[in-house]
Unconditional design. Structure first.
Length: 304
């Protein structure tokens, strides 16, 4: 059974929990060759897919309409079977730090009579709502997975851009690893006209140049979906965590407690499932919306 969820996703390098997408590719050709391929394989029995999920063939068709440096305006849920990885020589060293992977998926199952030649590269793929993979067993060749991402054509490679996270999988270990994220009972809507959802904050960030921040702070209401596994910064008292709205997440990097210099006392003051309100400027960090050194103003956490 596919374990599926629908999810709404740092200047100090040593504390980064993610890395930006590849750089400018304006000199790349506007399209890639059209490949005649077999039809996509049927979904596994019992698969539960987010509404609007597309297959790899459809993702490639979208990418062929993009100019070399373009990224789609919207994010897509993309389904497919894992066929391999694009890991660097330093992957084993980097994996514990970043917790992401570089995964190829295709529209045909491993037992298909004819294998598809089209592949989609999930670049720096993370777990649900940007949670880090704890080990490499949660994603294996042959898994049927669903990811959410923006699409680009990077040097002829059809791949994700910016936020890219795994929504579901036939791999049972995936469900075990991300049980907390999969068990989030529900989401919250903005409670005032000046509040943003994670999706609205992400849309704002995408209007900014890379590494640029908004002129004014904004308020973002959502549910905590992941807390960084790094220890509490005892010097500054800040915590890094992600909040989501059921469609995407934002990475609240080095967030402070109640005021611009307020310190958290311990990590128990932020937990997955908390309903929160974060206020601060947002940065477009390689396509990821990042409230940078924002303030956690409200929380349902009893330790808040």
């Amino acid at each position: 059974m596919l374990i599926a969820i629908v999810a709404m996703v740092m200047i100090s390098c040593e504390e980064k929990s993610n890395m930006p997408s590849p750089g400018e590719n304006a000199l790349i050709p506007d399209s890639v060759p059209v490949i005649v391929d077999p039809d996509p394989s049927p979904d596994p029995e019992g698969a539960i897919l987010p509404e609007g999920t597309i297959n790899v063939h459809e993702a490639c068709a979208i990418a062929r309409k993009l100019h070399g440096s373009e990224v789609t305006e919207q994010a897509y849920y993309i389904k497919g079977w894992v066929t391999g990885f694009n890991r660097s020589d330093s992957f084993d060293e980097d994996f514990p730090k970043y917790g992401n992977d570089f995964v190829y998926i295709t529209a045909t199952a491993p037992d298909a009579p004819i294998a598809s030649k089209r592949q989609f590269l999930a670049y720096r793929l993370l777990g649900p709502y940007g949670a880090k993979y704890k080990d490499k067993e949660a994603i294996k060749v042959g898994d049927f997975i669903v990811i959410r991402c923006y699409i680009t054509n990077y040097g002829g490679t059809i791949e994700s851009s910016g936020v890219c996270y795994q929504v579901g999988s036939t791999n049972e270990h995936f469900g075990e690893m991300f049980a907390a994220q999969l068990a989030i009972p529900g989401w919250v809507e903005p409670q005032a006209e000046d509040e943003y959802s994670a999706s609205e904050a992400e849309a704002l960030a995408h209007t900014l140049p890379d590494r640029a921040t908004s002129d004014d702070p904004i308020k973002i209401r959502g549910v905590v979906a992941y807390v960084s596994d790094t220890v509490l910064n005892t010097q500054y008292g800040n915590i890094t965590f992600n909040i989501a709205d059921g469609s995407t997440y934002v990475n609240c990097y080095q967030t402070f407690y109640k005021t611009e210099s307020g310190k958290f006392k311990n990590l128990n003051q932020v937990a997955v499932g908390d309903t929160v309100l974060v206020e601060g400027v947002v940065q477009n960090y390689g396509g990821i919306c990042e409230p940078y050194r924002a303030v956690l103003k409200e929380s349902s956490n009893p330790n808040f």
